[in-house]
Design a protein around this ligand. Structure first.
Ligand code: TYD
Length: 206
């Protein structure tokens, strides 16, 4: 059975830290795990990411198409081979980021962005998606406190990030079975524990 697990959340939700902690715990329990994120070291994907996050502002639909293209490169060259080897794939952001950021927050439309992404992923939805739930303002405050480097999308105004959160809530509401919603306003340790429990529950079921 496939073990494709994605992590989603707005800026400052602690996603990346949590994901790495979880990978270590799973590995210490004897699971084979790969941690990845788009573009995940796949050369063409990296090139596309540069345009997206460091380049000049681009048209909203071009942005959505480039994210989808980068997603496909990463999926075909990294995710699928790892899943075929039976590994647990923990992926930092995937289709739901495009639905929330491009579809909802940018205003292109969730269903429009879903359709280009369904073309890109060709049926490969995650088996489980952990959503790290945090209010936009709390997440942004965390980023500012940690003085983390900011990319082009981080620099959007607070109301953009509030829309991202609203977008995620809507997506989860329409597809509740794929998601585990984790309260990300707890301490990192508590977030890791809750996320880990959800993953183990899924792994025990398959
Ligand atoms: P990244 O540096 O990975 O940030 P984070 O730690 O927040 O995941 O940057 C990814 C940025 O790109 C982030 O602001 C979210 C955005 N993004 C989209 O808008 N659409 C997408 O499909 C993906 C994957 C990311």
């Amino acid at each position: 059975m496939s073990k494709f697990i994605t992590f989603e959340g707005p800026e400052g939700s602690g996603k990346t830290t949590v994901l790495h902690e979880i990978a270590q715990r799973l590995e210490s329990e004897g699971w084979e795990v790969i941690v990845t994120r788009e573009p995940g070291g796949v050369k063409t994907g990296e090139d596309i990411r540069k345009i997206l996050l460091e380049g000049e502002a681009i048209d909203d639909r071009s942005e959505a198409l480039l994210f989808a293209a980068s997603r496909r490169e990463h999926l075909v060259n990294k995710v699928l081979p790892s899943l075929r080897e039976g590994k647990i794939v923990l992926c930092d952001r995937y289709i739901d980021s495009s639905l929330a950021y491009q579809g909802y927050a940018r205003g292109i439309g969730v269903e429009e962005v879903r359709s280009i992404n369904e073309f890109a992923i060709n049926g490969l939805y995650p088996d489980l998606t952990l959503y790290l739930d945090i209010r936009a303002a709390v997440g942004i405050q965390r980023i500012n406190d940690n003085q983390r480097a900011q990319n082009r999308l981080d620099q959007e105004k607070l109301d953009f990030h509030e829309k991202v959160v609203e977008g995620y809530r809507q997506i989860i509401h329409n597809e509740p079975n794929r998601f585990a919603v984790i309260n990300a306003e707890q301490s990192i340790e508590e977030v890791v524990n809750s996320a880990y429990e959800s993953i183990i529950k899924y792994l025990e079921k398959i």
